[in-house]
Design a protein around this ligand. Structure first.
Ligand code: BTN
Length: 305
Protein backbone atom coordinates (compact mmCIF):
# COMPACT_ATOMS: atom_id res chain seq x y z
CA UNK A 1 0.00 0.00 0.00
CA UNK A 2 2.89 2.32 0.74
CA UNK A 3 3.93 2.11 -2.93
CA UNK A 4 0.53 3.22 -4.06
CA UNK A 5 0.68 6.13 -1.68
CA UNK A 6 4.19 7.00 -2.91
CA UNK A 7 2.85 7.13 -6.46
CA UNK A 8 0.29 9.60 -5.24
CA UNK A 9 2.98 11.84 -3.81
CA UNK A 10 5.24 11.51 -6.85
CA UNK A 11 2.57 13.19 -9.01
CA UNK A 12 2.86 16.33 -6.92
CA UNK A 13 5.36 18.99 -7.96
CA UNK A 14 6.46 19.36 -4.38
CA UNK A 15 7.54 15.73 -4.16
CA UNK A 16 8.51 14.92 -7.75
CA UNK A 17 12.19 15.63 -7.12
CA UNK A 18 12.35 13.17 -4.27
CA UNK A 19 13.46 9.66 -5.10
CA UNK A 20 11.27 6.68 -4.30
CA UNK A 21 13.89 5.60 -1.78
CA UNK A 22 13.77 8.94 -0.02
CA UNK A 23 10.01 8.67 0.30
CA UNK A 24 10.21 5.05 1.35
CA UNK A 25 12.53 6.02 4.18
CA UNK A 26 10.18 8.64 5.57
CA UNK A 27 8.94 7.64 9.00
CA UNK A 28 5.35 6.39 8.80
CA UNK A 29 3.85 9.19 10.92
CA UNK A 30 5.55 11.85 8.79
CA UNK A 31 4.43 10.01 5.70
CA UNK A 32 0.82 10.10 6.90
CA UNK A 33 1.21 13.82 7.57
CA UNK A 34 2.44 14.33 3.98
CA UNK A 35 -0.67 12.60 2.69
CA UNK A 36 -2.94 14.62 4.94
CA UNK A 37 -1.23 17.79 3.81
CA UNK A 38 -1.72 16.85 0.17
CA UNK A 39 -5.41 16.19 0.90
CA UNK A 40 -5.76 19.78 2.03
CA UNK A 41 -4.37 21.42 -1.10
CA UNK A 42 -6.80 23.23 -3.44
CA UNK A 43 -8.73 21.08 -5.92
CA UNK A 44 -10.65 21.88 -9.10
CA UNK A 45 -14.33 21.24 -8.52
CA UNK A 46 -14.72 19.30 -5.29
CA UNK A 47 -14.46 22.17 -2.85
CA UNK A 48 -13.84 21.79 0.86
CA UNK A 49 -15.50 25.16 1.71
CA UNK A 50 -18.63 24.22 -0.21
CA UNK A 51 -18.93 20.90 1.57
CA UNK A 52 -18.19 22.02 5.10
CA UNK A 53 -19.97 25.36 5.16
CA UNK A 54 -23.41 23.89 5.94
CA UNK A 55 -22.36 20.38 6.91
CA UNK A 56 -24.64 19.36 9.77
CA UNK A 57 -22.85 16.34 11.23
CA UNK A 58 -21.11 15.56 14.49
CA UNK A 59 -18.42 13.24 13.18
CA UNK A 60 -18.84 12.24 9.55
CA UNK A 61 -16.72 14.48 7.33
CA UNK A 62 -15.31 16.56 10.18
CA UNK A 63 -11.90 15.32 9.10
CA UNK A 64 -11.82 15.66 5.34
CA UNK A 65 -9.12 15.10 2.71
CA UNK A 66 -9.68 15.93 -0.93
CA UNK A 67 -7.31 14.88 -3.71
CA UNK A 68 -7.07 15.69 -7.40
CA UNK A 69 -6.32 12.09 -8.24
CA UNK A 70 -5.65 8.89 -6.35
CA UNK A 71 -5.71 5.29 -7.42
CA UNK A 72 -8.50 4.47 -4.99
CA UNK A 73 -9.95 6.50 -2.13
CA UNK A 74 -10.53 3.20 -0.29
CA UNK A 75 -6.78 2.52 -0.32
CA UNK A 76 -5.94 5.99 0.98
CA UNK A 77 -8.66 5.55 3.61
CA UNK A 78 -7.19 2.21 4.65
CA UNK A 79 -3.76 3.78 5.04
CA UNK A 80 -5.06 6.75 7.04
CA UNK A 81 -7.29 4.55 9.20
CA UNK A 82 -4.10 2.92 10.47
CA UNK A 83 -2.42 6.29 10.87
CA UNK A 84 -4.39 8.47 13.25
CA UNK A 85 -7.47 9.31 11.18
CA UNK A 86 -10.54 10.01 13.28
CA UNK A 87 -13.80 8.12 13.19
CA UNK A 88 -15.88 9.57 10.35
CA UNK A 89 -12.87 10.81 8.37
CA UNK A 90 -13.76 11.21 4.68
CA UNK A 91 -11.43 10.88 1.69
CA UNK A 92 -12.56 12.35 -1.62
CA UNK A 93 -10.90 12.42 -5.00
CA UNK A 94 -11.85 14.18 -8.22
CA UNK A 95 -10.61 11.22 -10.20
CA UNK A 96 -9.43 7.66 -9.48
CA UNK A 97 -6.98 5.83 -11.67
CA UNK A 98 -7.35 2.31 -10.27
CA UNK A 99 -10.58 2.21 -8.30
CA UNK A 100 -12.08 -0.95 -6.95
CA UNK A 101 -15.58 -2.26 -7.44
CA UNK A 102 -17.25 -5.22 -5.76
CA UNK A 103 -16.31 -8.82 -6.49
CA UNK A 104 -12.80 -7.91 -7.61
CA UNK A 105 -14.02 -5.75 -10.48
CA UNK A 106 -12.55 -2.38 -11.33
CA UNK A 107 -14.54 0.84 -11.14
CA UNK A 108 -14.25 3.59 -13.74
CA UNK A 109 -13.95 6.97 -12.04
CA UNK A 110 -13.56 9.88 -14.46
CA UNK A 111 -13.70 13.59 -13.60
CA UNK A 112 -17.23 14.71 -12.87
CA UNK A 113 -18.08 11.85 -10.49
CA UNK A 114 -18.26 11.67 -6.73
CA UNK A 115 -15.67 9.22 -5.40
CA UNK A 116 -15.39 9.01 -1.65
CA UNK A 117 -14.54 6.76 1.27
CA UNK A 118 -15.62 7.01 4.89
CA UNK A 119 -13.52 5.61 7.73
CA UNK A 120 -15.52 4.09 10.57
CA UNK A 121 -13.55 3.19 13.65
CA UNK A 122 -16.16 0.85 15.07
CA UNK A 123 -15.86 -2.63 16.40
CA UNK A 124 -18.78 -4.00 14.44
CA UNK A 125 -19.55 -7.71 14.42
CA UNK A 126 -18.87 -9.40 11.04
CA UNK A 127 -22.53 -10.39 10.81
CA UNK A 128 -23.56 -6.71 10.86
CA UNK A 129 -21.43 -5.62 7.90
CA UNK A 130 -24.12 -6.30 5.27
CA UNK A 131 -26.43 -4.04 7.26
CA UNK A 132 -23.93 -1.15 7.05
CA UNK A 133 -23.81 -1.56 3.28
CA UNK A 134 -27.61 -1.58 3.04
CA UNK A 135 -27.77 1.48 5.29
CA UNK A 136 -25.27 3.29 3.04
CA UNK A 137 -27.47 2.56 0.01
CA UNK A 138 -30.44 4.11 1.79
CA UNK A 139 -28.33 7.20 2.63
CA UNK A 140 -27.37 7.60 -1.06
CA UNK A 141 -30.99 7.36 -2.21
CA UNK A 142 -32.14 9.87 0.41
CA UNK A 143 -29.42 12.35 -0.59
CA UNK A 144 -30.43 11.98 -4.24
CA UNK A 145 -34.07 12.59 -3.34
CA UNK A 146 -33.05 15.93 -1.91
CA UNK A 147 -31.66 17.07 -5.27
CA UNK A 148 -34.75 16.02 -7.19
CA UNK A 149 -34.07 12.36 -8.08
CA UNK A 150 -37.29 10.79 -6.84
CA UNK A 151 -37.04 7.44 -8.59
CA UNK A 152 -33.74 5.96 -7.41
CA UNK A 153 -33.94 2.34 -6.27
CA UNK A 154 -31.54 -0.11 -4.64
CA UNK A 155 -30.63 -3.34 -6.40
CA UNK A 156 -29.41 -5.81 -3.82
CA UNK A 157 -27.04 -5.46 -2.20
CA UNK A 158 -25.93 -1.96 -3.04
CA UNK A 159 -26.32 -0.81 -6.62
CA UNK A 160 -28.28 2.40 -6.87
CA UNK A 161 -30.40 2.37 -10.01
CA UNK A 162 -32.38 4.99 -11.88
CA UNK A 163 -34.75 3.78 -14.59
CA UNK A 164 -33.02 0.39 -14.58
CA UNK A 165 -29.50 1.80 -14.99
CA UNK A 166 -26.76 1.92 -12.38
CA UNK A 167 -25.80 5.35 -11.09
CA UNK A 168 -23.92 4.48 -7.91
CA UNK A 169 -22.11 1.60 -6.21
CA UNK A 170 -20.83 0.89 -2.72
CA UNK A 171 -17.80 -1.10 -1.65
CA UNK A 172 -17.51 -1.89 2.05
CA UNK A 173 -14.16 -3.19 3.28
CA UNK A 174 -13.42 -4.38 6.79
CA UNK A 175 -9.96 -4.07 8.30
CA UNK A 176 -9.50 -6.90 10.73
CA UNK A 177 -6.94 -7.77 13.37
CA UNK A 178 -7.05 -11.25 14.89
CA UNK A 179 -10.46 -11.79 13.31
CA UNK A 180 -11.92 -8.69 14.97
CA UNK A 181 -13.04 -5.79 12.81
CA UNK A 182 -11.04 -2.71 13.75
CA UNK A 183 -12.02 -0.27 11.05
CA UNK A 184 -14.53 -0.20 8.25
CA UNK A 185 -14.00 1.60 4.98
CA UNK A 186 -17.13 2.48 3.05
CA UNK A 187 -16.41 3.46 -0.53
CA UNK A 188 -19.14 5.20 -2.50
CA UNK A 189 -19.09 6.09 -6.16
CA UNK A 190 -21.80 8.27 -7.70
CA UNK A 191 -21.85 8.99 -11.43
CA UNK A 192 -22.73 12.67 -11.27
CA UNK A 193 -21.71 14.90 -14.16
CA UNK A 194 -20.24 13.11 -17.15
CA UNK A 195 -21.28 11.50 -20.36
CA UNK A 196 -21.47 7.70 -20.19
CA UNK A 197 -19.80 7.64 -23.63
CA UNK A 198 -16.48 8.17 -21.88
CA UNK A 199 -16.84 4.86 -20.07
CA UNK A 200 -15.83 1.55 -21.60
CA UNK A 201 -18.27 0.14 -24.13
CA UNK A 202 -19.50 -2.70 -21.92
CA UNK A 203 -20.55 -0.28 -19.17
CA UNK A 204 -22.30 2.31 -21.29
CA UNK A 205 -25.64 0.59 -21.77
CA UNK A 206 -26.23 -0.23 -18.10
CA UNK A 207 -24.96 3.03 -16.62
CA UNK A 208 -26.54 6.43 -16.14
CA UNK A 209 -25.45 9.70 -14.53
CA UNK A 210 -27.28 12.26 -12.44
CA UNK A 211 -26.97 15.00 -15.03
CA UNK A 212 -28.39 12.71 -17.72
CA UNK A 213 -31.38 11.87 -15.54
CA UNK A 214 -32.08 15.44 -14.43
CA UNK A 215 -31.22 17.12 -17.71
CA UNK A 216 -28.84 19.54 -16.00
CA UNK A 217 -25.56 19.49 -14.12
CA UNK A 218 -25.75 18.73 -10.44
CA UNK A 219 -23.77 20.35 -7.65
CA UNK A 220 -21.37 17.61 -6.54
CA UNK A 221 -20.43 19.44 -3.35
CA UNK A 222 -24.06 19.73 -2.30
CA UNK A 223 -24.67 16.03 -2.96
CA UNK A 224 -21.57 15.09 -0.96
CA UNK A 225 -22.77 17.20 1.97
CA UNK A 226 -26.30 15.78 1.80
CA UNK A 227 -24.98 12.23 1.59
CA UNK A 228 -22.65 12.68 4.59
CA UNK A 229 -25.57 14.03 6.62
CA UNK A 230 -27.86 11.16 5.62
CA UNK A 231 -25.09 8.69 6.28
CA UNK A 232 -24.50 9.98 9.79
CA UNK A 233 -28.23 9.80 10.57
CA UNK A 234 -28.55 6.22 9.44
CA UNK A 235 -25.27 5.20 11.08
CA UNK A 236 -26.56 6.52 14.41
CA UNK A 237 -29.66 4.38 13.84
CA UNK A 238 -27.39 1.42 13.10
CA UNK A 239 -25.39 1.98 16.30
CA UNK A 240 -28.63 2.17 18.28
CA UNK A 241 -29.66 -1.22 16.89
CA UNK A 242 -32.38 0.22 14.64
CA UNK A 243 -31.98 -2.55 12.08
CA UNK A 244 -35.71 -3.02 11.51
CA UNK A 245 -36.03 0.64 10.61
CA UNK A 246 -33.06 0.42 8.21
CA UNK A 247 -34.54 -2.67 6.57
CA UNK A 248 -37.91 -0.97 6.29
CA UNK A 249 -36.31 1.96 4.47
CA UNK A 250 -34.31 -0.39 2.27
CA UNK A 251 -37.43 -2.36 1.32
CA UNK A 252 -39.17 0.88 0.40
CA UNK A 253 -36.48 1.58 -2.18
CA UNK A 254 -35.88 -1.99 -3.29
CA UNK A 255 -35.48 -2.65 -6.98
CA UNK A 256 -34.95 -6.38 -6.42
CA UNK A 257 -37.98 -7.55 -4.43
CA UNK A 258 -40.64 -9.19 -6.60
CA UNK A 259 -38.26 -9.76 -9.52
CA UNK A 260 -37.03 -12.94 -11.21
CA UNK A 261 -33.27 -13.01 -10.90
CA UNK A 262 -30.20 -15.02 -11.65
CA UNK A 263 -28.18 -15.28 -8.46
CA UNK A 264 -24.43 -15.68 -8.84
CA UNK A 265 -22.85 -16.58 -5.54
CA UNK A 266 -19.08 -16.90 -5.06
CA UNK A 267 -17.52 -20.19 -6.22
CA UNK A 268 -19.67 -20.36 -9.34
CA UNK A 269 -22.90 -21.28 -7.61
CA UNK A 270 -25.64 -19.81 -9.76
CA UNK A 271 -29.38 -20.34 -10.05
CA UNK A 272 -32.60 -18.56 -11.00
CA UNK A 273 -35.30 -17.58 -8.55
CA UNK A 274 -37.90 -15.13 -7.41
CA UNK A 275 -36.90 -12.47 -4.85
CA UNK A 276 -39.22 -12.69 -1.86
CA UNK A 277 -37.52 -10.09 0.29
CA UNK A 278 -34.66 -9.32 2.57
CA UNK A 279 -33.92 -11.11 5.83
CA UNK A 280 -33.15 -9.52 9.20
CA UNK A 281 -29.42 -10.00 8.57
CA UNK A 282 -29.60 -8.24 5.21
CA UNK A 283 -29.53 -11.42 3.10
CA UNK A 284 -31.63 -11.61 -0.05
CA UNK A 285 -34.33 -14.27 0.26
CA UNK A 286 -34.85 -16.06 -3.04
CA UNK A 287 -37.36 -18.77 -3.91
CA UNK A 288 -35.72 -21.12 -6.37
CA UNK A 289 -37.59 -22.73 -9.25
CA UNK A 290 -37.97 -25.95 -7.20
CA UNK A 291 -39.67 -24.00 -4.42
CA UNK A 292 -36.79 -24.11 -1.94
CA UNK A 293 -35.61 -20.92 -0.29
CA UNK A 294 -32.07 -19.54 -0.37
CA UNK A 295 -30.60 -16.73 1.70
CA UNK A 296 -27.99 -14.94 -0.37
CA UNK A 297 -25.33 -13.20 1.70
CA UNK A 298 -22.82 -12.26 -0.95
CA UNK A 299 -22.66 -12.30 -4.69
CA UNK A 300 -24.47 -10.76 -7.55
CA UNK A 301 -28.08 -10.75 -8.61
CA UNK A 302 -28.99 -10.21 -12.23
CA UNK A 303 -32.56 -9.09 -12.87
CA UNK A 304 -34.32 -11.17 -15.55
CA UNK A 305 -37.73 -9.47 -15.79
C1 BTN B 1 -19.51 -1.55 -7.05
O1 BTN B 1 -18.88 -2.44 -7.64
O2 BTN B 1 -20.68 -1.29 -7.34
C2 BTN B 1 -18.84 -0.75 -5.97
C3 BTN B 1 -18.15 0.46 -6.51
C4 BTN B 1 -17.47 1.30 -5.44
C5 BTN B 1 -16.69 2.44 -6.05
C6 BTN B 1 -16.19 3.39 -5.01
S1 BTN B 1 -15.60 4.90 -5.70
C7 BTN B 1 -14.91 5.36 -4.17
C8 BTN B 1 -14.33 4.11 -3.55
N1 BTN B 1 -12.96 3.88 -3.99
C9 BTN B 1 -12.84 2.75 -4.67
O3 BTN B 1 -11.77 2.31 -5.15
N2 BTN B 1 -14.05 2.15 -4.81
C10 BTN B 1 -15.08 2.89 -4.11
Amino acid sequence: MRNEIINLLKKEEKFSEKTIDELRDVEINDFAEMIKDLGQQPTEYIKREEIVKDLNTEQIGKELYIFKEVMSTNTVAKFLSANHAENGCVILSEKQSNAKGRLGKSWESPLGGIWLSIILKSQVDHSKLPMITLATGVAVVKALEKVGITNAEIKWPNDIMINGKKVSGILTEAITKFNTIENIIIGVGIDANFDVDILSKELQEGTTTLDTELGHRVDENEIIRLFLEEFEKIFILFNDGGFEQILKEWRKYSYSIGKIVEVREPFNKSYDGYVLGISREGALVVEKIDGTLEKVISGECIIKN
